[in-house]
Design a protein around this ligand. Structure first.
Ligand code: GUN
Length: 295
């Protein structure tokens, strides 16, 4: 039987409706408006499209939102100064620096410059460390979106064998950390595979929940999926254009084959992607509450 589709786009819509009501109440009862700045350095088309989507969603939810686009040759010091300006700006609750940054800029230095209380991406080492010890203030957006999808779809995470393909700081490492925590929606046994893993297929075949963030189109083949597994495909790879000139996107999992074996699978697009943006909005609303001394 073909797999159930885990439609992140629909779940994200539900969560955004809840957030919109919360934003209205924050404004009416407390005069507070969540503020988000997205900083984009350079003109990477994929990054431009992600940042546009984040800005559009922030507007729809009634945020105060700022898009700060900077040239590709912006000096690192200038970017650090800009971040400092937003750290001090009381209208801004969340600061997002879109990654990747141009090669001449040290990404870690930049992430370290963001006030951890405004770090709605949860990439600052303080937030990474808090996640590791099981006391997060903010959860990183893509892993939080994945966990939310798993929980809302009724997937049994506790006790499950989870295999993560990919060890990035943005997805692989934090999702592994989150799903292994002693916490609701977690308590899984997690294995992380990567480019030096000897037999990725064998690991994948043991997974009750397979999370793939490899960054390679259709890296995981259909016959790597254990029958009945839940498959979360984080990949977004542009592999060409559709007949009407739109971007043709493929995930990191060979969808046709995998969906014949899995019990549930995320589509690409419309799976994890919309959840990521929604979790960013959730973090920004939370930051606004904290900055206004609200629960
Ligand atoms: N680049 C790819 N994913 C992300 C993300 O979640 N946040 C930021 N800031 N940059 C990214």
């Amino acid at each position: 039987m073909p797999a159930k589709l885990l439609k992140g786009a629909e779940v994200a819509k539900e969560i955004r409706a809840e957030l919109k009501t919360e934003v209205q109440q924050l404004h009416e009862k407390h005069g507070a408006v969540p503020g988000l700045v997205t900083i984009l350095v350079g003109e990477n088309p994929a990054s431009q499209s992600y940042v546009r989507a984040k800005q559009t969603t922030a507007h729809e939810l009634g945020f105060y939102s700022v898009q700060d686009s900077q040239p590709a040759d912006l000096a690192e010091e200038a970017l650090l100064k800009l971040i400092d300006k937003y750290n001090k700006d009381p209208k801004i609750d969340g600061i997002l620096v879109q990654l990747p940054l141009p090669k001449h800029i040290n990404e870690n230095r930049v992430l370290l410059a963001i006030d951890p209380g405004k770090d709605v991406d949860a990439f600052h080492p303080v937030n990474v460390g808090k996640l590791m010890i099981g006391e997060p203030d903010y959860l990183p957006c893509t892993p939080a979106g994945i966990q939310e999808l798993l929980v809302r779809s009724g997937t049994q995470v506790s006790g499950a064998e989870v295999v993560v393909v990919g060890r990035s700081n943005i997805v692989g490492k934090p999702i592994a950390m989150m799903l292994m925590q002693k916490a609701p929606g977690a308590n899984a046994t997690v294995t992380v595979t990567h480019t030096r893993t000897k037999d990725v297929k064998a690991h994948c075949l043991s997974a009750d929940i397979l999370v793939v963030a490899a960054g390679v189109a259709e890296y995981v083949k259909g016959d790597w999926v254990k029958p009945g597994a839940v498959v979360i495909d984080v990949g977004v790879n542009e592999v060409g254009k559709t007949a009407d000139g739109k971007r043709l996107l493929k995930g990191d999992v060979e969808f046709e084959g995998a969906s014949q074996r899995a019990s549930a699978i995320t589509p690409v697009p419309g799976g994890v992607g919309p959840m990521t943006i929604t979790m960013l909005m959730k973090n920004t609303v939370r930051a606004c509450r904290v900055h206004n001394n609200l629960k």
